[in-house]
Design a protein around this ligand. Sequence first.
Ligand code: NCD
Ligand code: ZN
Length: 355
Amino acid sequence: MPQPLQQLTIRQPDDWHVHLRDGAMLQAVAPATAAQFSRAIVMPNLRPPVTTVAAASAYRERIRAALPDHSGFTPLMTAYLTDTIDPQEIERGFAEGVWAAAKLYPAGATTNSDSGVTAFARIEPVLAVMERIGMPLLIHGEVTDAEIDIFDREAVFIERVLEPLLQRHLGLKVVLEHITTMDSVDFVRSGPANLAATITPHHLHINRNAMFAGGLRPDFYCLPVAKRELHRIALRGAATSGNPKFFLGTDSAPHSREAKESACGCAGIFNAPFALESYAAVFEQEKALDKLEAFTSEFGPRFYGLPLNAGMITLERQPHEVPSRLHCNDAAGSAVNLVPFHAGETLAWRLRTGT
Ligand code: NCD
Ligand code: ZN
């Protein structure tokens, strides 16, 4: 039997979908993302949402201020599309290098999406501008109609919204974010080169049973909600296939323990602290560790048209238990109580830090 690989050195990865939040939560969680990633596409679903160039610049400064000077981390900002957003503002922010992309939330689809788009026809002028200037559109791909079963909302979105949108904008770069279904895998795989998708660690590890194992488990509740096992298998196949249309996006979405465990618990899984370790576990289980680097560090920047990172990181085989709670402190020293993904589990790989 050959010895299993003991360490893995790969190009520094980026996270193409993360929620860094604001205020005390930002200070508590930003270091975890900066420790794992060189750049990250930062979601704009704050309250109020990030809809202007000025708001995005100010938010970028708050992110930088939440990190040590030497972190070397680059936040890539996104614009939150609303029914009334001004196409000129979008074009200006992209030209000035403030915005890397714009995010489309169907109104009501997820956390802080109330100001999202209520009728897709309203943003046609913005999409035309984005297509012309080569600015990527990032999509939360779920319909919001209450009569559509929650487990079908992503597949119905493809049929009703995404397919016609791509037809209308043949040159628009589109990332279908945090895909959860075989339908999305098939659609993205057979779609044009300007269509890609991000895949989270949690959708590679859990299926919908996790939310109900022995009782109601809010730590496994996120949106889009985890689906049945055959979808998880399809996602694992896509992520480890070496197809450049599928790349890393954690969708790390922290909510305090109290907010997760309330009578109407918030959707979102906080996976930033051990994100690479989590992906490495999947790639190892799929005997595809040789495909990890392209997924974490090459396909994303290539799709966005950005340079690959020059630095390298090393993952070591060093089994470690993920803490069941993280008590992160903000700058003022108050504790933010968070449950990390994989809480209480042992992960085989560990990111080497401090080198
Ligand atoms: C995200 C959040 O909390 O901001 N929640 C989630 O479950 N993923 C929003 C989102 O990406 O849908
Ligand atoms: Zn998200």
